[in-house]
Design a protein around this ligand. Structure first.
Ligand code: ADP
Ligand code: MG
Length: 726
């Protein structure tokens, strides 16, 4: 799984072994080691998720070399095809954590009440014992794992602080520290679990077996053993196991699992179907086009998995600061004991103050503030059919100033219809009819994937026209197509095609033809000329015109973008300027860049980035992929859309729903505000408590409540994003 980025940088995600505990320091050590390899730019390792994501310069090193480097550190790699899973945030693991938190609370309350009522001391100590064991369990596990790598982390700090409290005869405060610390960890895992479960349900949607047709017999075969070209049968009500093309039968398919849209889609022979979707009516025979591990749904699952290991910039920064900060707190604690003692202060009160200081200065709230918010935002997007490919993109979405849209398939429905076919009046071939012209055009277009091509072929089919065979098909991106049909060459293209590709050839009837195109374009119709070349003579035969419906919610969506503070909205299209302008005016777009070749879309985005800094690009087609990669934030439309667009984008809208674009930017902004508030609470609480302790001292219980209270507060504030709606 390698994604190439511009300037020869590649990113690969290696599936590494998973380790119990938290193992953060081990991950940091491996990161540092990998970072030292020449050519490596960025590394993100998580043993908990079992993934190492490495961005590297492909001209200096290779994925192969990196895999070896990981193995050299005695870290084993898992089979890539395995879907990564993790026990953090699974229901059973969460239940266990919740039980531990509950037992900690029960133990703490028992200890406190018994002590307060002067009950039997044994009962009191059993209570506190229970609280310490269950409250410290996970923290101790993590701390030991980290210590094994000769490093310290926040878990260790919490264990030491709880033991410190115990040592000064404050078992209740220690128990409360452990209780609140494990509670906030559990809340954070709950946020992770929410987005994880969204993926799990995707995996469960895909059947493990397919009913293959072999020599007229049906055999049940596990999907991993099915090959491209095999044919399988799906009965009404069953889920389709693999991606393929309908070979026989007709029916409707519910594609909600991929697109989020529950309106069933009719399917007939030749139509594409996707694994994980439901066949609602009719029996279908389907020819496999992708193996199980390449299917659309598997790709989506991988994307989501990767999203969770790609951290937001704020979180990366905080991760880097954890180790030095924790060491700093330990140093501060030692100094707070050592210095006053050297100056002759009394031990007990000095130790007490130092313990209070250690608790107050611990950065738990800081550490939890970012993932609690960002993971909740990703999970909330998941519920709305919006797939963020990483925490980083949630933060990017917050600062978008300009948005560029592709026209066809994005602002319009992409259901292009042929509206006009007409033969040029004075064409030399007097016998050519409109239907004859259409069937010539369809012959060429049968070989093209373009939306104009599909509309042409469909129109010919609707009129039941015979379509001759075409040979030597060629397409010129953004301009037109040509192929040999019967005994001549047929050219279909726009003005630019005739002026550049055929620029050196005298074309009979070009002027009246272009004049006709202008009239049709003024009516808002995308139009092309059809010409035939025989023995070097080229003559225009006629023209075709098309329309495409503007999505009804486009205008409202753009108005919403503006109210979110987007300054500039642009349309990028390969289509004609006049047609583009009509649609732009209809939906309220500021700037139109028309008649662009795919590479010019990239240049336009670069220019927009220079002007507005943070630019989002929304597109669906293959020709949009380079622009999606260039934009600050690439948004691809449709979970069942073109593979390339899905791979390059940073955010995927599973459905074709435009209103999700303001949602993405709104969620980004809301997340950023939450991050700011969270960091302010976290650092504010620390600063306030540390300065109060140094100036006049506060009791330990107050430090525990202040410290852990702020941690729980930022966790809950982050979790609020789970409920974000537009
Ligand atoms: P868009 O940005 O709207 O998706 P493209 O770059 O795919 O547009 O195409 C731009 C223009 O190039 C079309 O409007 C059409 O004039 C011409 N063109 C591209 N492909 C074809 C084709 N197969 N047949 C005819 N014209 C084509
Ligand atoms: Mg398009």
């Amino acid at each position: 799984m390698t994604v190439t980025e511009p300037s020869s940088l590649s990113t690969c995600t290696l599936q590494i072994e998973r380790r119990g505990g938290r193992g953060k320091a081990g991950a940091r050590t491996l990161e540092r080691h990998l970072q030292d390899i020449p050519g490596v730019r960025d590394v993100d390792v998580s043993f908990r998720k079992g993934s190492a994501q490495i961005t590297y310069d492909g001209s200096i090193t290779s994925e192969q070399a990196l895999r070896q480097a990981v193995r050299d550190r005695d870290v084993s790699l898992r089979d890539d095809s395995e879907t990564p899973t993790d026990d953090v945030g699974t229901r059973s693991e969460l239940r266990r954590e919740a039980v531990f938190v509950g037992l900690t609370l029960v133990g703490m309350v028992t200890g406190f009440v018994t002590g307060w009522l002067n009950g039997p001391p044994l009962l009191m100590w059993v209570g506190y014992g229970v609280a310490y064991v269950f409250g410290g369990w996970y923290g101790l596990e993590g701390a030991i794992e980290t210590l094994r790598h000769r490093a310290v982390d926040i878990d260790l700090l919490m264990i030491v602080a709880a033991l410190g409290a115990l040592s000064i005869g404050a078992p209740f405060e220690g128990a409360m520290l452990l209780f609140l610390f494990s509670l906030s960890n559990t809340l954070q895992h709950y946020a992770i679990g929410r987005s994880r479960r969204a993926i799990k349900s995707l995996v469960e949607m895909r059947p493990d077996e397919a009913q293959l047709l072999r020599d007229g017999e049906e055999v049940t075969v596990p999907i991993d053993e099915v090959d491209i070209g095999d044919v399988f049968v799906v009965r009404p009500g069953d889920r389709i196991p693999l991606d393929g093309v309908v070979a026989a039968g007709e029916g409707t398919v519910d594609q909600a699992s991929l697109t989020g849209e529950s309106v069933p889609v009719p399917k007939a022979p030749g139509d594409e179907v996707f694994g994980g979707t439901i066949n609602e009516s009719g029996s279908l025979e389907i020819e496999v086009t992708r193996r199980a591990h390449e299917s659309a749904i598997t790709r989506l699952i991988h994307m989501v998995e990767r999203a969770q290991s790609e951290k937001a910039p704020t979180q990366r920064l905080i991760d880097r600061l954890e180790q030095p900060y924790v060491l700093g707190v330990f140093a501060l604690t030692v100094a707070a004991i050592g210095i006053p003692l050297a100056l002759g202060d009394e031990f007990t009160s000095t130790f007490y103050r130092a313990m209070t200081l250690m608790v107050a200065a611990s950065p738990c709230a800081v550490i939890i503030s970012t993932p609690a918010a960002v993971l909740s935002a990703i999970a909330s997007g998941g519920k709305q059919g919006v797939l963020f490919k990483g925490g980083e993109h949630v933060e990017t979405a917050a600062s978008i100033d300009a948005v560029a849209f592709d026209k066809t398939g994005t602002l319009t429905r992409g259901d292009t219809q042929l509206t006009d076919v007409s033969v040029r009046g004075d064409v030399a071939d007097g016998a050519l009819t409109d239907d004859g012209l259409l069937s010539l055009a369809a012959a060429v277009q049968a070989r093209s994937e373009h939306h104009l091509a599909r509309a042409t072929v469909t129109a010919a089919e609707d009129r039941s026209l015979g379509v001759p065979a075409a040979r030597r098909f060629q397409s010129v991106a953004g301009k037109g197509v040509r192929a040999d049909v019967e005994d001549g060459t047929v050219h279909i293209g726009n003005r630019s095609y005739f002026e550049t590709v055929l620029g050196d050839t005298a074309v009979d009837g070009l002027e009246p033809g272009l004049e006709r195109l202008r009239t049709l374009e003024a009516e808002g119709k995308t139009s092309v000329l059809v010409a035939r070349e025989d023995d070097d003579d080229v003559a225009v035969l006629g023209w075709l015109a098309f329309t495409d419906t503007v999505r009804p919610d486009a205008a409202e969506m753009i108005a919403n973008l503006r109210s979110l503070g987007v300054e500039h909205v642009v349309m990028l299209t390969g289509d004609n300027e006049r047609v583009a302008r009509r649609i732009a005016d209809e939906v309220g777009i500021d700037e139109v860049q028309a008649e662009l070749l795919p590479e010019e879309k990239v240049a336009t985005i670069e220019d927009l980035v220079a002007r507005y800094e943070n630019v989002a690009m929304v597109g669906d087609g293959v020709n949009d992929a380079p622009a999606l990669a260039t934009a600050t934030l690439g948004i691809a439309m449709g979970g069942a859309g073109t593979d390339v667009a899905l791979e390059t984008a940073d955010v995927v809208l599973m459905g074709d729903d435009l209103s999700k674009i303001p949602y993405v930017l709104g969620l980004g902004r809301k997340t950023r505000r939450t991050l700011v508030v969270n960091l302010a609470i976290a650092f504010g609480a620390i600063a306030l408590m540390v300065s109060t302790i140094l100036l006049r001292g506060i009791p330990l219980p107050l430090a525990v409540v202040g410290h852990e209270g702020s941690t729980v507060l930022v966790s809950l504030n982050g979790l609020r994003l789970l409920g974000y709606r537009e």
